[in-house]
Design a protein around this ligand. Structure first.
Ligand SMILES: CC(C)(COP(=O)(O)OP(=O)(O)OC[C@H]1O[C@@H](n2cnc3c(N)ncnc32)[C@H](O)[C@@H]1OP(=O)(O)O)[C@@H](O)C(=O)NCCC(=O)NCCS
Length: 163
């Protein structure tokens, strides 16, 4: 019989990334373009998912992303990725995105995105992930919210598959 996988708290996999917004990242308005932000979200979330699962992971889905404020050329885009819940073979990672003015230090929350990653075994099949062990009231709340979102996601998936 295989030993049960030990659980891990969110702090073990929490991932922070910072990128200076350069001309190649921007649109004609001089602000970062959405696709670049989505790519950074995917990267930050992949790192957090890999740190939690310690297995190869693939992006299964990225939920809706609302861009609340632009991030300007020369400013810094900050990403903070946290495991909200670990299911059987998948994890939900919440990614918060912020912009920072490097001169004044002012920070603005520019959006939050929920992503789901699936861990794979050597044959590329979904593989069990360690359970999440929340430690703070906020982490317990995020876990409960992620469980609700998973139900909604699965309902949407079933509907899409039926089409
Ligand atoms: C993601 C993938 C591995 C799921 O494979 P599958 O055979 O559909 O797997 P299952 O139906 O057994 O589901 C496995 C897990 O994925 C979750 N899942 C599958 N599709 C999902 C979706 N669209 N959104 C959220 N979770 C999803 C399931 O809920 C399940 O989670 P659980 O075990 O924690 O409950 C497969 O669809 C795939 O390889 N997709 C392409 C991934 C990819 O190329 N990503 C971009 C580059 S990294």
């Amino acid at each position: 019989m295989t030993e049960p996988t030990p659980g891990k708290p969110p702090r073990v996999s929490r991932t922070e990334m910072a990128e200076h917004v350069l001309p190649n990242d921007t649109n004609p308005h001089g602000t970062i373009f959405g696709g670049r932000v989505m790519a950074l979200i995917d990267i930050a979330a992949t790192i957090a998912a890999s740190r939690h699962c310690r297995k190869p992971v693939v992006t299964a889905s990225i939920d809706e992303m609302v861009f609340l404020h632009p991030v300007k050329l020369g400013h810094v885009v900050l990403l903070e990725a946290v495991v909200n819940e670990a299911f059987t073979t998948s994890v939900e990672i919440g990614v918060n995105v912020y912009s920072e003015n490097p001169v004044t230090g002012d920070r603005r929350h520019t959006g939050t995105c929920y992503t789901t990653f699936v861990a794979l075994d050597d044959l590329g099949q979904p593989s069990k992930v360690p359970p999440l062990l929340p430690e703070t009231p906020e982490e317990f709340q995020r876990q409960a919210d992620a469980q609700e979102r998973k139900l909604e996601r699965m309902a949407r998936r079933a509907k899409a598959k039926g089409k």
